[in-house]
Ligand binder design. Structure first.
Ligand code: SF4
Length: 445
């Protein structure tokens, strides 16, 4: 809505040429502004947000979902997440809009810089590419950021020209190697147009560094991409949702960043109805004693069985120890802690489902640990272990999981011989419940 301030800003009249009456009005307006100077800055913020949103809207008008046409930039992501973003997308947040706008601005800047260099010519921008599967029933449809033309002279002074698709990514910090999602995207372009090589260019938003990776065409990717496209396509064709892929693969970092996590509910345990009461047991201090397993791993490395991992100073040897320690072959050595088993049965009698958690066991141990607990007749509904790439401390790991479980269940009891871990977990569950009772929306986010 236009305010008196808006009218003034759009008035081209020279304030010095105003009549006395008009000048008084003008001064009154100025006083009004000075009384609330924040109005000017918020007006600029609102205008910027509005402009960025309409820029995004104009861009998404070109991206209306059509069954059978999927985006190379998303194809590596969780299939369920992709399905949501095609069929019922959530409007972008302010942060998403900023990332989108920033990305576009950086693309512009890079194209200008490459042209100015005089070394490389930018032959095309936003070049449309389709990689079709099954005679066009489904395809990956995207746009190459920049198509570069490189001229190379060989030892015989012969000139060669090569088109190179360039995919630009602005990122917080430069990666050591290309991100898998970006590799999938660029591979799509290489396969679609039979380019022998492409380049992924990362631009660090902090520090302004750049890092480019040459990516040769990989024909195996044709099969990988085809499988992903068809898994998604077949589900959408039947109005179904594909599997909760990230949750199934225990890629919980992806779930935590997912805009659709509330809709998807990735922490719901299939075998346990929502609302159930649960008792959570720290496996390694209350159910299983892993000491014999540690000793066996030390012995296999030719070390004293009484040593601890922290006593191994050589990094390579320490890594070997952890690999052995997490090897399923030693799982049978874990000893039962009778008290834990008794406690678990008491909890079951009180109507609680038993959830085991271990921050020191990795993915590789999950099935072997379940089997060991089953052999020892410990009642267990679900087991949580550390997923690869998770470096949370023991307490953070347990606290995070207790809160995730609380989104669907009631953590009625928590068993851990580490008093500090126990108190931190219970305190954060309590805080979460208080927050939920006063702000149900905030607690679930
Ligand atoms: S929450 Fe996880 S499993 Fe669910 S859609 Fe998102 S990424 Fe996929």
């Amino acid at each position: 809505m236009a305010s008196s301030l808006d009218s003034f800003l759009h008035d081209p009249t020279d304030p010095n040429a105003l009549s006395v009456e008009e000048r008084m009005k003008f001064e009154k307006w100025v006083a009004k502004i000075l009384d609330k100077p924040a109005k000017i800055s918020s007006m600029i913020e609102d205008a910027l947000h509005e402009g960025m949103h309409s820029e995004w809207e104009a861009e998404s008008a070109n991206h209306k979902f059509r069954l059978g046409s999927y985006y190379p930039s998303m194809i590596e992501r969780c299939l369920r997440q992709q399905a949501y973003s095609y069929t019922a997308p959530i409007p972008p947040s302010k942060e998403d809009l900023a990332i989108f706008g920033e990305g576009r601005a950086i693309h512009e800047l890079i194209a200008i810089a490459l042209r100015r260099s005089g070394l490389i010519s930018v032959e095309g921008r936003e070049v449309v590419v389709d990689l079709e599967f099954a005679d066009g029933e489904a395809k990956l449809h995207g746009r190459i950021d920049d198509l570069l033309l490189i001229r190379i002279t060989d030892e015989d002074s012969q000139d060669f020209k090569l088109f190179i698709p360039l995919e630009i990514k602005s990122i917080g910090t430069l990666p050591e190697e290309p991100k898998q999602a970006h590799y999938y995207q660029l591979s799509t372009y290489l396969l679609a147009k039979n380019f022998p090589i492409g380049v992924l260019l990362y631009w660090a938003k902090r520090g302004g560094g750049v890092k480019a990776f040459s990516i040769p065409k990989d024909d195996v990717m044709q099969i990988v991409l085809r499988e992903r496209v068809f898994e998604l396509h077949e589900a959408l064709k039947q109005n179904l949702l594909p599997q909760k892929e990230a949750s199934f693969n225990r890629d919980f970092v992806q779930c935590e960043r997912c805009a659709y996590s509330e809709r998807c509910n990735p922490f719901l345990i299939d075998s346990l109805p929502k609302g159930s009461k649960i008792a959570v047991f720290d496996v390694d201090s209350t159910m299983l004693d892993p000491l014999p397993r540690r000793r066996a791993a030390m012995q296999e490395l030719g070390l004293s069985p009484s040593m601890r991992a922290s006593d191994i100073h050589d990094k390579e040897l320490r890594d070997k120890f952890w690999d052995l320690y997490n090897s399923p072959k030693y799982a049978e050595l874990d000893l039962l802690i009778e008290q834990g088993k008794n406690d678990a049965y008491k909890q079951v009698e009180s109507g609680r489902a038993i959830i085991g958690i271990s921050s020191s066991r990795h993915d590789s141990m999950i099935e072997a640990t379940k089997a060991r607990l089953a052999n020892l007749e410990v009642p267990l509904t679900h087991l949580i272990v550390r997923e690869s790439g998770n470096y949370d401390t023991d307490i953070t790991f347990k606290t995070k999981w207790a809160l995730r479980l609380e989104t669907n269940y009631e953590v009625a009891e928590y068993f851990d011989r580490d008093a500090l871990a126990s108190s931190e977990v219970l305190k954060s569950v309590q805080r979460h419940r208080q927050k939920k009772s006063t702000d149900p929306q905030g607690a679930s986010s």
